[in-house]
Design a protein around this ligand. Structure first.
Ligand code: ZN
Length: 151
């Protein structure tokens, strides 16, 4: 199990603060790592930096068989289903999932983060985001849905 992921140069370590910034980062990471295409937009905003860093780390391995089956948030956990024979790539995915456990899925902070019961489910939120209303949380977590008017 790797204890740290070296962050590639030029990669923002914080989550995007606007839908426009979010969109350009999605486009960039999907261009760099075309095996993510179609799944990145399902990643909560707060976890996007984790996904970006892991994806670029995987891209730097010699792995050629990496396939992303799905990316989503489920009951507060970061779900990233993949297929690969590369142990190194697999470790990057596992480490990303572990980091998400202590990272707010809305704002990306790792301060005062815990599972929060939320509408019969649960989310991984910091204290500040836990104060937001349900629609505010969903708006910030998924900019694409906000822009498309999907609730
Ligand atoms: Zn937060």
């Amino acid at each position: 199990m790797p204890s740290a992921v070296k962050v590639p140069r030029g990669i923002c370590k914080t989550s995007p603060k606007s839908a426009l910034a979010w969109d350009s980062r999605i486009c960039y990471i999907e261009w760099r790592c075309n095996w993510l295409v179609g799944h990145t937009r399902n990643c909560p905003v707060g976890w996007l930096p984790i996904l970006e860093q892991a994806a670029l780390a995987i891209q730097q391995t010699n792995c050629t068989d990496f396939v992303t089956l799905s990316i989503r948030e489920q009951f507060g956990d970061f779900v990233w289903n993949v297929e690969t024979q590369s142990l190194e790539a697999w470790n990057h995915v596992t480490f990303a999932k572990q980091r998400a456990l202590t990272t707010c899925s809305v704002c990306g902070t790792s301060y005062d983060v815990e599972y929060v019961c939320w509408g019969g489910s649960r989310l991984t939120l910091c204290d500040a985001c836990d104060e937001l209303s349900g629609p505010q949380i969903m708006d910030r977590m998924y900019p694409a849905k906000r822009r498309l008017g999907i609730s």
